[in-house]
Design a protein around this ligand. Structure first.
Ligand SMILES: NC(=O)c1ccc[n+]([C@@H]2O[C@H](COP(=O)([O-])OP(=O)(O)OC[C@H]3O[C@@H](n4cnc5c(N)ncnc54)[C@H](OP(=O)(O)O)[C@@H]3O)[C@@H](O)[C@H]2O)c1
Length: 307
């Protein structure tokens, strides 16, 4: 039986992937910074670890064949390092790949962000790419999946969309409203993540993953409002700083300001799949955007999201 470590095990993606892997007969070890809070009923072995604490990673990675990397540091600086989120992400990824190499881990699967490197990317997207490069520099073969917004209850970007649209009959938004993106349903994202563990041709490669639709954020808000039976008016304004938007999001949605800031910053960047190779390697009927939102609305929304 294959043994796999899932980092970010309490997060939006990790917490959903773990039951999928267990159902497919994979032995899962779940990594979290606070093991006491982890729900043992899930059926995974739990291990406490922090990407900024190298020793904790060696213990967590011992005896695993593959590891999923779902950590980002766009949250409070819990250890009080005084470092920026990009620095913490870089150091954490280096610790992780070094420890994984030492422990003989064969593969790492990383979920990063879509975005064109020739574009003026936000700090968040640049940092996600840097993490991908650091993880690729070690001994284990890296598979990178790059996604835009992932649609599902509990996803930070989806919850911003949900709360802003639910609560504001009139929305003031800057020009990122017309930015195009290729969101993906969380269930499709999980199929790719679990699928690449069993598809050897994904070793050592990077893939763009997305749903079948490319939409602007204005269309996304419109589809969401329509499904909820809400009439919404969006007023475009030429400028609205990411800092101001993040304070506003902190007030209106469950997403904390420190997490909202880099995410809002990234809304200016177009995010769609340039490479379609994954469609042949892990084929299935992808979920249309409307259906993805409908499914997300069937699930309860979390009270607070701060990672
Ligand atoms: N959500 C989206 O729409 C989206 C879109 C594209 C790509 N992605 C990518 O998908 C990946 C997972 O995102 P997500 O939405 O699942 O994130 P999330 O819900 O915010 O979860 C992040 C996880 O990181 C863990 N973490 C934070 N700092 C850590 C540290 N120092 N050491 C160890 N663990 C730490 C936290 O676990 P504990 O608090 O339990 O330690 C948390 O569960 C990220 O790489 C993200 O860039 C997400």
């Amino acid at each position: 039986m294959m043994r796999v470590l899932v980092t970010g095990a309490t997060g939006f993606i990790g917490s959903r992937l773990i039951p999928e892997l267990l159902a497919q007969g994979v032995q899962v070890r779940a990594l979290t910074r606070n093991a006491a809070r982890y729900d043992a009923a899930v059926g995974a072995e739990v291990v406490q670890g922090d990407i900024l604490d190298r020793a904790s990673l060696s213990a967590a990675l011992k005896g695993v064949e593959a590891a999923y990397y779902f950590v980002h540091s766009m949250s409070k600086d819990a250890r009080g390092t005084g470092l920026s989120f990009e620095e913490r992400d870089r150091i954490g990824a280096q610790n992780f790949v070094d420890a994984a190499g030492e422990q003989g881990v064969q593969r790492i699967v990383y979920l990063g962000g879509l975005g064109d490197e020739n574009d003026a990317l936000s700090k968040h997207l640049l940092s996600r790419m840097e993490v991908g490069r650091v993880l690729a520099s070690g001994a284990p073969a890296l598979t990178t999946l790059r996604a835009a917004l992932i649609i599902g209850a509990g996803g930070s970007s989806f919850e911003m969309l949900r709360y802003l649209t639910d609560r504001l009959p009139v929305m003031i938004a800057p020009k990122w409203l017309e930015t195009r993106s290729q969101p993906i349903a969380v269930r499709d994202c999980l199929k790719y993540l679990a699928g690449c563990l069993f598809e050897d041709r994904t070793r050592g490669r990077a893939f763009d993953i997305g749903g079948p639709d490319i939409v602007t954020y204005r269309q996304l808000i419109g589809t969401y409002a329509q499904l909820r039976g809400l009439k919404r008016f969006i007023i475009g304004v030429p400028v609205l700083t990411p800092r101001l938007s993040s304070y506003w999001i902190n007030l209106v949605t469950p997403v904390s300001a420190e997490l909202a800031r880099p995410l809002v910053d990234g809304l200016k960047n177009e995010m769609f799949c340039h490479d379609q190779t994954i469609l042949d390697l892990i084929p299935f009927d992808r979920t249309p955007i409307r259906e993805a939102i409908r499914l997300a609305l069937l699930e309860p929304s979390p009270k607070r999201i701060s990672a």
